[in-house]
Design a protein around this ligand. Structure first.
Ligand code: SF4
Length: 453
C-alpha cells in the first residue's frame, strides 16, 4: 500500500474537486512529502503547488491558494502517511511485554515514533532517531516533543531501556533545547533502579534544560500479573512511594522558588499508593501532564464542582457508575457531594477489580469488558451504566479485550454510556444529560498507538 495515496478529499475545502481519491501526493512546492509531518508543515503556506501521481501513473500539477495554516482537506490511506516506527528498546518495565497472549495484534505493537509524539502526544525514547530525523525535528521545529526519559545517567538509562543508544538522550535533548523545542518528560519510576539519588540527578539534569523542558512527570512502574520470563521488578510500597513523593515535592518547591514553576509532578497513582492525600488543584499549574495521570483526579473534582453549581435538577433516573479502583473514591466523593444538593439523585459506584491484568492495575483505562461483565452481572445497575470513555477504543467501540460495547450492554441488560474524562461531562451524565452511545466505525484504521512508553 502506498501511504501517500489520497483516500478522500473534502469538496468544501480549498482544493474543491480538483484532486481525486486514488491520486498520490508526491511533493508540495518542490518539497518531497514523505509523511504526515512533511504534509502538515509544507502545506502551511498560502500558495502551494502540488505534484500528484494519478492511478494511471501520470504526473500532474495543481496550484492552490488558501488561507495560511488552512487544512487542504485531504485524507490519506494511513494516518501517518507512512508506517509507524517501532521501538528499538527492551525496557525492563515495558507494559506491552506484560500483556497476556491472545489479544488483538495492535496491542503488541511497540511504537516509538516522533511523528506520533507531535500529532498525538505519544512519548518517545529518542533511541531510534537517525541524525537526519533529529535535524528534521529541529528544522521543522516540531514542538512539543514528549520524551520518556526515565534516567539521565547514560549507563542507567541503557540498563533500563536495554538499548546501547539510550545514553545519547541527554545530548539530543540539549540540541532540541538549543533549537527552542519544548519538551515534556516522563519518568517511569522503578523502586531500587531509578528512584533515590538517580531520580535526583535526573530531575537536576532536566531542570538545567528549563524552559525547553516544560514539565516532568514521575509515574510508578506498572506491573501486571503476566511477567513470566521478564526481569524481576519491585512494586512500590506505601513507604517507597512516599519517599519518591517527598523527594519530588522538595525538588518542586526549589523549582518554584528558582524557576517560578514546580516543573516535576508525581502522578495521582503514586499518591494513592503512598496513602497521601492529593495536592489541591492549583498545585498542578497548567495541568500539562494529564495524559500521565498527573492531577487528573483533582481536575475532575474541580470541573465537577463547577458544573454542579450550574446544573439543573437531575432527572432522578437510577444509574450506576463503573470505574477502575483508583478513581472510585473520588467518584464516590463527587456523587456524595451531588446527592447532598439533590437528594433525588440515585446512583451507585462500582469499582471494577482488574482480574485481567492483575489487581495492582487500578486505572479505569485498563478495565476490560470481561471484568466489567463478570463483576457487575446480577448487580443493581439502575436504568443506565456510566463508564469512562477511556475504557474503549474509540473507532471500534470495544474494550481492550475486544469485547464490543454492545455485547457488554446486552450481557448486563442496561445501556452503557461512555463518559469523557471531564467533570462537567460526568455531572451531566449523572443528571441525565447523556453522551451518545458509539457504534463501531466500519473500515476505520487502527490508530491505537500504545500509551505505555
Ligand atoms: S516501554 Fe515503550 S520504549 Fe520501552 S520497550 Fe516498551 S514500547 Fe518500547
Amino acid at each position: 500500500m502506498a501511504h501517500n495515496v489520497i483516500k478522500s478529499v473534502d469538496a468544501a475545502g480549498p482544493l474543491g474537486r480538483r484532486v481525486h481519491p486514488g491520486e498520490a501526493l508526491l511533493s508540495v512546492n518542490g518539497k518531497l512529502i514523505r509523511d504526515v509531518l512533511d504534509y502538515k508543515f509544507y502545506c502551511y503556506d498560502r500558495d502551494l503547488l502540488l505534484e500528484l501521481r494519478t492511478p494511471e501513473g501520470k504526473i500532474r500539477l495543481v496550484r492552490v491558494r488558501k488561507a495560511e495554516g488552512q487544512d487542504l482537506g485531504l485524507d490519506f490511506e494511513t494516518y501517518l502517511m507512512d508506517r509507524p516506527r517501532a521501538c528499538a528498546n527492551r525496557c525492563v518495565f515495558c507494559f506491552i511485554d506484560q500483556n497476556p497472549p491472545g489479544m488483538r495484534k495492535s496491542i503488541y505493537f511497540k511504537d516509538d515514533d516522533a511523528r506520533l509524539s507531535f500529532l498525538m502526544g505519544c512519548y518517545i525514547t529518542l533511541t531510534n532517531l537517525t541524525e537526519r530525523e533529529i535535524e528534521r525535528i529541529i528544522a521543522l521545529r516540531v514542538s512539543p516533543v514528549n520524551i520518556s526519559v526515565h534516567a539521565t545517567d547514560g549507563a542507567l538509562r541503557r540498563e533500563l531501556l536495554g538499548n546501547p543508544r539510550a545514553g545519547e538522550a541527554l545530548d539530543i535533548m540539549r540540541r532540541f533545547a538549543a533549537a527552542g523545542i519544548t519538551m515534556n518528560c516522563q519518568i517511569v519510576c522503578c523502586p531500587g533502579l531509578n528512584d533515590g539519588a538517580a531520580l535526583l540527578r535526573t530531575m537536576e539534569d532536566l531542570k538545567a534544560l528549563f524552559p525547553a523542558v516544560r514539565s516532568v512527570s514521575v509515574v510508578p512502574v506498572g506491573l501486571t500479573r503476566h511477567r513470566e520470563g521478564l526481569p524481576a521488578l519491585t512494586a512500590f510500597t506505601r513507604e517507597s512511594a512516599a519517599a519518591v513523593i517527598e523527594a519530588v515535592t522538595q525538588f518542586g518547591n526549589k523549582c518554584v522558588e528558582e524557576l517560578g514553576t514546580r516543573l516535576v509532578f508525581c502522578s495521582d497513582e503514586l499518591y494513592q499508593t503512598a496513602g497521601i492525600e492529593l495536592p489541591p488543584d492549583e498545585f498542578y499549574e497548567e495541568h500539562v501532564q494529564l495524559e500521565n495521570g498527573v492531577g487528573m483526579l483533582r481536575l475532575l473534582e474541580a470541573e465537577f464542582e463547577t458544573a454542579l453549581n450550574y446544573a439543573d435538577a437531575p432527572d432522578g433516573v437510577p444509574f450506576s457508575i463503573a470505574t477502575g479502583a483508583a478513581a472510585a473514591p473520588m467518584i464516590e466523593k463527587l456523587l456524595f457531594s451531588a446527592k447532598k444538593k439533590y437528594d433525588i439523585l440515585n446512583g451507585t459506584v462500582y469499582p471494577v477489580r482488574n482480574d485481567f491484568f492483575g489487581h495492582s492495575v487500578t486505572v479505569s483505562g485498563l478495565v476490560t469488558g470481561g471484568d466489567l461483565i463478570a463483576q457487575l452481572r446480577g448487580r443493581d445497575l439502575g436504568a443506565r451504566l456510566l463508564i469512562s470513555a477511556d475504557m474503549l477504543r474509540r473507532e471500534e467501540a470495544d474494550f481492550l479485550d475486544s469485547v464490543p460495547l454492545a455485547e457488554a450492554s446486552e450481557a448486563l441488560g442496561v445501556p452503557i454510556y461512555p463518559v469523557e474524562n471531564d467533570g462537567g461531562a460526568l455531572c451531566d451524565a449523572m443528571f441525565g444529560i447523556l453522551p451518545e452511545i458509539p457504534a463501531p466505525v466500519q473500515g476505520a484504521e487502527d490508530t491505537e498507538y500504545n500509551k505505555y512508553n
